[in-house]
Design a protein. Structure first.
Length: 273
């Protein structure tokens, strides 16, 4: 009886949390199809007009393209630096190792406004003009942490004996990476990259301090809402952003459940203890 009551209680609590998180998002998604320019409930009519208007809005398309370029570039940088840092922390023992690990994780813990202000001051001090690269650097500061955490967690879950076995069998560094390390890390890298891209695509605070006169899609939405302009178009853009964010996050969650399995010649070798 107690087990049944506990299960029902946890189920109700989970449903309430999910409703708390998703009902506002679902409401915005429904308003994207509202035929009226006034957000009122119940919705009097349904239309796809605002999606057509958003797609043919030159400023919105330019902002979308900038967001995609920034997200992709920041993700590539994060994959390179995050993987290298995770490999160094995992493989080597050196003085200050824990301090370096702490410093790598700190940017994701700091409030975005602190990171944005710090970068803005650094750019002003160095005389750097705002461009796509100033935004990319700002986004890379927290995207690196996402990849670093994913790769380090996967390395710690894998068995060190795999590398030793590869060396004992005469494999050189390239073959060890290709047939041992890469199959273990591939899903962690893809998941980390997807999460990093999703965070970069949605970022507002750091972007506000590092973009100058440029507008990414989140900044464009923020400006429209602040000025009370084109709210129906904003709802349509928000619908597209929710979909574009949910897809990589869902894929990343699915990939992160994978523990890493090496498959070659029909034989599977588990890589976790």
């Amino acid at each position: 009886m107690e087990t049944s009551r506990a299960r029902i209680g946890f189920g109700v609590a989970t449903a309430l949390v999910v409703a708390f998180l998703w009902l506002p998002l679902l409401l915005i998604m429904l308003y994207a199809f509202n035929g009226s320019t006034i957000q009122s409930w119940p919705i009097s009519g349904w239309t796809f007009h605002w999606f057509h208007a958003a797609w043919h809005d030159h400023e919105a398309r330019s902002s979308l393209w900038l967001s995609l370029k920034v997200g992709f570039t920041a993700t590539v940088i994060a994959l390179l630096l995050g993987t290298a840092a995770a490999a160094a922390i995992y493989r080597f023992r050196f003085f200050g190792r824990e301090a370096v690990s702490f410093l790598l994780l700190l940017p994701i813990a700091l409030p975005g406004i602190i990171t944005g202000m710090a970068l803005n001051s650094a750019y002003a001090f160095a005389g750097v003009r705002f461009s796509i690269w100033t935004i990319v650097v700002g986004h890379a500061t927290f995207c690196v942490v996402i990849v670093y955490n994913n790769v380090l967690a996967r390395l710690r879950r894998s068995s060190p004996s795999l590398l030793e076995a590869s060396a004992d069998l005469g494999a050189d560094g390239w073959h060890t990476f290709r047939f041992v390390i890469w199959p273990v890390l591939s899903t962690a890298l893809v998941a980390g990259g997807l999460l990093a891209f999703a965070l970069s695509f949605d970022e507002v605070v750091v972007t506000f301090f590092t973009a100058g006169a440029q507008n990414t899609l989140p900044l464009l939405i923020f400006g429209y809402i602040r000025l009370g302009q084109q709210l129906p178009v904003v709802n349509a853009i928000a619908f597209a952003m929710i979909v574009l964010t949910v897809i990589p996050v869902a894929l990343a969650q699915r990939l992160m459940r994978d523990t890493g399995v090496l498959r070659r010649g029909g034989t599977a070798l588990a890589t976790t203890k």
